[in-house]
Each structure stands twice: as structure tokens, then as C-alpha cells.
Ligand binder design. Structure first.
Ligand code: PMP
Ligand code: GLN
Length: 375
């Protein structure tokens, strides 16, 4: 019997495949199409002939762990122990899976906020936990009344994602305060804070769980170098968590991957000392503004985008098809692949909203917008 009877192939694989088959511009799966920083590729070339080809230590390369602890201090003013509170993972996906496997017991409830990134629920089910899916508001921000009602003595974890994929919304100070109150009210409750887009915010600065003293002892914060350094294919990220939680997570990690790709770790350790993540928001803000500008004469209604490299849009003026059908037709007939939002909702609730990825070069965004403005 299938352990995941309701799970098929992820929408990202489905849409990217369809885009390739129909030679469509791929604004579906989130990945950049521009070159990686040449400083990083030079480091990679140099390290290819170095002595970095055998197993890294289980929790991670010590240079990289040190560089990350410095980055967290610089970014958020938080001091973390590189030996006890950090773990290098094979991307955020493995970080999330391993955390849930380590911390969720049978029948523990886990609150997931919809639309939710697609790896959360299957991980909870595989751990024997009970996913409790709560809708975000129409504005894709948390509805704290619904969340407060859903949390009870059996709730072990709430998974938060800020900046939010797929909506591109970011949490406000009041949302962080509500989360703090929730955690204070329920002493058993932990927070899995998926912050993979932490450095991609625009007008408002990202508010991280790292910077909230009331959350630090309760939070497992997940980051991804894939997003921060345009290297989604390297599959490398990290977890920051208090020692007593990370010790449990490491027990699973050592039998899940044992350790992460050694060359990538050394390259990122070297790169972190010569690069500045603070410029990333501005870099993507220009892309967001360009794409929104190019789309301004289209029949799509562009929704607010405060962070991530995703722009959502309401297409109800163009079609009353389901969002899945609309995305397929947009790929096959118009030549632009996108992502339907309904697949991230427990009940497949369809609000006629789709997601564009704007982590693309100017030429690609311009060509895509030209096609999209014709419909
Ligand atoms: N969480 C969110 C919200 C994501 O968007 C992604 C990937 N795009 C991940 C986790 C997984 O990240 P990684 O590719 O590092 O596994
Ligand atoms: N997170 C990426 C997105 O939202 C896709 C990652 C994947 O393909 N698994 O598009």
C-alpha cells in the first residue's frame, strides 16, 4: 500500500517538463536562468583540484559552519554556536524532511498554512503526524484567529514560511508578535521557520525568527544557499536550532545523508567571506519592477509582491478555466509556463491565481511579457 496515496509528481516537475516539450518560456519552477557569480565559479575551479573530495564531517565543513554563524550574526545580530546550533543540509528540502522526521511522533499535530510549499505535508505524513492545514487570508497573510483555534495540546509544530512562496507576501511585526504569543501560550509548540527567501525582500526588511528572542529557543530556522546564491542545483542549505533540538535532528540526518557534498561546502565557505548578501533584495527588486512594468498593460491583475522571486496574478478577466487547465493552456498555446496556486491548497481551492517566477534575465522577461500581454 502506498504511504502517500494522494501524492503525484510535483507541479514543478510537471510544468517544467511541459515547458520543455512545448518549447515555452519557463516562468514556472523557481530557478534563475542567468549566470552564477564568476567569483563563485572561479572558487569552484580552484577547489576542484584541492583536497576536498572525501566525506565532510557529519554536521558540516567547519569553515562553512563558522562562516554561516558570522553571516547570521551580521544579518540578525544573533550569536549561534557553529558546533552545537548549525547543521549543513542537502538543501532546504532535506532540512525540512529531517527536522520533521526527528521531531514529530505518531499523532502529533502539525499546523501548515495554505497555500503551502509542497514538501511540508508529505513529510508530516511519513513521520506519522497529522497535518492540520489552515488557510492564509485572501491577502495570503496569516489569519491568527484561525491559527489560534487550530492549535491545541497535541500541536507539536507550526510550519511558517516567510517570505512566502507562492504569494511573495512577507510577515509584519504584528504577525511575529502573534506567533510569539502563540508559542508562549503553548509550551510544547515548536516553529519550523522556512526562511529560504530571507535575503529576497523589497520595500520592507525581512523579520526573521533569528531576531526574535522569544522564538529562538522554540525555532528551527531553515535557509537555502540555492536561493541566496542562484545555485538551486547545488542543493545545499542549513538548519539553525537550539542544541537540544538539533541533537535530535542530527540523529536522523546522519542516516539520511550522513554529510553533504564536500566541494560545495568548501566553495561556499570561501565565497561567504568575499560576497555580500545584502545586495540581493535590490537585485531582485529591479527584476520585480521590470516584470510588473512589462505586464502593466496585460489583462492580468498583479497582486502585491514584497519578497521572493515570485509574482502572483489573478487571471479571472482572461478566463474562467481552472488554474491548472489555464496554466497548461498558457504553456501549450501561448508559450509561457507558470504555476497554478490551487495545488498548494489542501482542498485544491482555486481562486484563479497563478505564479510567475521572475528570476530571469531581461530578455526572457520581456519576451514572456510580450506573449502574456496579447491575451
Ligand atoms: N521551501 C520553500 C518555500 C521553497 O520555495 C523551496 C524551494 N524553492 C524549498 C523550501 C526547498 O529549497 P531547496 O531547493 O534548498 O531544497
Ligand atoms: N521551490 C521551487 C519553486 O517553488 C521549486 C523547487 C523544486 O522544483 N522542487 O518553484
Amino acid at each position: 500500500m502506498s504511504k502517500l496515496p494522494n501524492v503525484g509528481t510535483t507541479i514543478f516537475s510537471v510544468m517544467s517538463k511541459l515547458a520543455t516539450e512545448h518549447d515555452a518560456i519557463n516562468l514556472s519552477q523557481g530557478f534563475p536562468n542567468f549566470p552564477v557569480d564568476s567569483v563563485l565559479t572561479s572558487i569552484l575551479e580552484k577547489n576542484a583540484t584541492g583536497n576536498f573530495h572525501q566525506y565532510a564531517p557529519m554536521p558540516g565543513n567547519s569553515n562553512l559552519l563558522f562562516a554561516i554563524s558570522k553571516l547570521i550574526t551580521q544579518s540578525y545580530g544573533r550569536t549561534v554556536s557553529e558546533n552545537d546550533e548549525l547543521l549543513i543540509t542537502a538543501g532546504a528540502t532535506q532540512a525540512i524532511f529531517t527536522t520533521i522526521m526527528a521531531l514529530i511522533n505518531s499523532h502529533d499535530e502539525v499546523v501548515i498554512l495554505d497555500p503551502s510549499y509542497d514538501c511540508y505535508e508529505p513529510s508530516v505524513i511519513l513521520a506519522g503526524g497529522k497535518p492540520v492545514r489552515i488557510s492564509l487570508g485572501n491577502d495570503f497573510l496569516p489569519d491568527w484567529n484561525l491559527i489560534n483555534d487550530a492549535v491545541n495540546a497535541k500541536t507539536k509544530l507550526i510550519i511558517t514560511n516567510n517570505p512566502h512562496n507562492p504569494s511573495g507576501r512577507t510577515w509584519k511585526e504584528s504577525d511575529m508578535q502573534q506567533l510569539e504569543q502563540l508559542v508562549e501560550k503553548h509550551p510544547q509548540l515548536l516553529v519550523l521557520s522556512d526562511e529560504v527567501y530571507e535575503y529576497i525582500t523589497f520595500e520592507n526588511k525581512h523579520i526573521s525568527a533569528h531576531s526574535r528572542s522569544a522564538l529562538i529557543e522554540k525555532s528551527i530556522v531553515v535557509s537555502s544557499f540555492g536561493k541566496t546564491f542562484h545555485i538551486t542545483g547545488w542543493k545545499i542549505g542549513y538548519i539553525t536550532a537550539p542544541k537540544h533540538l538539533l541533537d535530535e535532528i542530527k540523529k536522523v540526518h546522519q542516516f539520511n545523508v550522513f554529510s553533504v557534498n564536500s566541494i560545495s561546502q568548501q566553495c561556499l565557505a570561501d565565497y561567504l567571506s568575499v560576497t555580500d548578501v545584502a545586495t540581493l533584495g535590490e537585485f531582485y527588486q529591479q527584476k520585480r519592477d521590470l516584470f510588473r512594468d512589462l505586464m502593466s498593460t496585460s489583462n492580468f491583475n498583479l497582486l502585491p509582491c514584497e519578497g521572493t522571486y515570485f509574482q502572483t496574478a489573478d487571471y479571472s478577466k482572461i478566463s474562467n478555466q481552472s488554474d491548472v487547465d489555464f496554466c497548461k493552456q498558457l504553456t501549450t498555446d501561448v508559450g509561457v509556463a507558470t504555476i497554478p496556486i490551487s495545488v498548494f491548497n489542501a482542498d485544491q481551492k482555486d481562486t484563479k491565481i497563478i505564479r510567475f517566477c521572475f528570476a530571469k534575465d531581461e530578455e526572457t522577461l520581456t519576451k514572456a511579457a510580450q506573449l502574456l500581454c496579447k491575451i
